[in-house]
Design a protein around this ligand. Structure first.
Ligand SMILES: Cc1cc2nc3c(=O)[nH]c(=O)nc-3n(C[C@H](O)[C@H](O)[C@H](O)COP(=O)(O)OP(=O)(O)OC[C@H]3O[C@@H](n4cnc5c(N)ncnc54)[C@H](O)[C@@H]3O)c2cc1C
Ligand SMILES: NC(=O)c1ccc[n+]([C@@H]2O[C@H](COP(=O)([O-])OP(=O)(O)OC[C@H]3O[C@@H](n4cnc5c(N)ncnc54)[C@H](O)[C@@H]3O)[C@@H](O)[C@H]2O)c1
Length: 465
């Protein structure tokens, strides 16, 4: 079989693969990308970030409409069905596919569709959907194959009432009730979406609090507001069995509860896409969650084979995957890379309310015995939030009591994922430039949500003066 030769072959067209392929191509390399799905964009575009964010956006708009007396009085309550919001999400997916596809064509990067597996340390076999196989040869490789929902063998995913986070995107009606097993980021976001659509939602969490990596005050606020929205959260529960019936499904927990609903969404964990890729024969052995180990420049056990994105595990974010792809490509090209993923990766969680944070939590600072103080701004007290009818929310700044260095920023409420970046830019400044005083001595537009920084900074500063 005649093999085409490339400088680098990138496997996967999610943010990790895209970041790597574009950097390599723009630096003059002959690059090919291999993608098993029919369209480019990765799990990020087709099953993960984009559809869930588009769903959430429109459900949120509907909720705003229904809770703002100005609109409600005029037109009555608006209702949206799940298939209807899903349809809009599909439009966004299509736009993303067109845009991302154009990146490859404009940069002369061929996209070969099929499943890639290594036949030796420099060749891939690519098996197309019709079964036809081809081979390519490359000097280097970037594995950016992402992850998929973790599926325990004893959960009947082939039953029409049992869904994982990929399958839920083909649900064709709006059920009355849902049990969501797993209260990680995916479970909490979908609980917000389905509750927003008016469904009865049971969110089952094996841990004792929601999203334990968050600052406790923010995690508490999320629990409070999800409950106020009507989500029933049960902590410390593990499943014993899932029992599907024709007209309902029952989740049995180890504690003896039987939780009945129309459908079940399994949102408990992810597995790296490394199966049947011929990696073990090259000495690259995935861990029990299918993830690959890499060094700090994203090389696997084979230095010419890099891996980025969800397939290497934490932090498993689209934002991080894109940067990892670019950084790996930089090392691949130059043999060194000054770039590192920023120490403080922000989190943006699209629950209702939205959450975002960067830097240290109060728990972390307390454990490390760092002298810090807290400044709060509550959205209900901000003119812009009052105008927008967005009174639920808070910005919290954590700063060093002696140096005034910003150590952590935690926010929940409307636009939290945008608001956090203002503070992140100051936190990233070297030396004295990272200071609480920036927010006290800078004039902010009025009325804005950014004003929350001035309010929170003054609130904190007053505590130490
Ligand atoms: C429901 C959900 C919501 C999310 N929301 C957010 C969010 O709001 N913000 C955020 O930052 N992150 C979010 N994420 C995480 C984000 O989607 C991932 O971190 C991101 O997609 C990882 O990018 P990647 O490039 O590693 O892989 P992916 O985007 O998964 O792309 C991998 C690609 O590789 C292809 N592939 C796999 N195996 C092969 C093979 N052998 N041969 C050829 N091709 C192959 C796949 O078909 C896929 O297209 C969410 C995830 C989920 C599931
Ligand atoms: N807005 C966002 O940034 C966003 C939104 C959704 C998802 N995500 C990303 O997607 C990832 C997955 O989210 P999630 O809510 O499913 O997960 P999670 O990481 O919170 O995991 C849920 C539970 O499943 C367990 N688990 C995970 N993988 C497993 C495996 N292979 N086998 C057995 N148990 C396993 C975990 O220990 C945990 O108890 C997260 O790491 C998150 O970064 C991000």
């Amino acid at each position: 079989m005649k093999q085409q030769h490339f400088d680098t072959a990138v496997i996967g067209t999610g943010p990790g693969g895209e970041g790597a392929a574009l950097k390599l191509s723009k630096s003059g390399q002959r690059v090919v990308v291999v993608e098993s799905h029919d369209d480019v964009g990765g799990g990020c575009t087709h099953w993960g970030t984009i559809p869930s964010k588009a769903l959430r956006h429109n459900v949120r708009r509907m909720m705003e409409f229904n809770t703002n007396p100005l609109f409600r009085d005029a037109d009555g309550m608006k209702r949206l069905s799940y298939p209807r919001v899903l349809k809009f999400a599909e439009q966004v997916i299509n736009k993303q596919v067109a845009l991302r596809g154009s990146f490859y064509s404009r940069n002369d990067i061929p996209v070969i569709h099929g499943r890639a597996s290594f036949v030796n340390d420099h060749s891939l076999e690519i098996r197309a959907a019709d079964g036809k196989a081809s081979r390519i040869h490359a000097d280097r490789f970037v594995i950016a194959t992402g992850s998929r929902p973790y599926r325990p063998d004893d959960v009947p995913f082939n039953h029409p009432r049992v869904f994982d986070s990929d399958q839920i995107l083909s649900l064709d009606h709006t059920p009355r009730s849902i049990t969501i097993y797993g209260a990680g980021v995916i479970g909490s976001e979908y609980a917000s979406i389905f509750r927003g659509l008016g469904m009865k939602v049971d969110l089952i969490d094996s841990r004792e609090r929601l999203l334990t990596f968050l600052d406790n005050e923010i995690s508490d606020a999320l629990s409070y507001h999800l409950r106020e929205l009507g989500v029933l959260i049960r902590h410390g529960e593990t499943y014993a069995k899932v029992e599907p019936h024709d007209d309902h499904v029952v989740l049995h927990t180890e504690s003896g509860k039987r939780i009945r609903s129309d459908i079940l969404l399994w949102a408990n964990g992810r597995t790296g896409n490394t199966q049947e890729m011929g990696l073990e024969a090259l000495g690259i052995t995935p861990n029990s969650r299918g993830q690959l180990e890499v060094n700090d420049v994203y090389q696997t056990a084979q230095p010419h084979i890099y891996a980025v994105g969800d397939v290497i595990g934490y932090p498993s974010l689209a934002s991080a995957a894109y940067d990892q792809g670019r950084f790996a490509a930089t090392h691949l090209l130059n043999g060194s890379s000054d770039y590192r993923l920023a120490q403080d990766i922000p989190t943006g969680i699209y629950t209702i309310p939205e959450i975002s944070s960067v830097g240290k939590t109060e728990q972390e600072l307390t454990n490390a015995k760092v002298p810090y103080e807290v400044g709060h701004a509550f959205f209900k007290d901000l003119a812009r939030a009052q105008i927008a009818n967005q009174g639920v929310g808070m910005l919290k700044l954590l700063f060093h009591t002696e140096t005034l260095e910003i150590l952590g920023i935690h926010c929940f409420g409307d636009q939290a994922a945008e608001i956090v970046h203002i503070g992140q830019a100051i936190m990233a400044q070297p030396g004295d430039a990272n200071s609480l005083l920036y927010f006290i001595n800078t004039t902010f537009n009025y009325p804005t949500m950014a004003e929350a920084y001035r309010v929170a900074a003054l609130n904190g500063y007053n505590r130490i003066n």
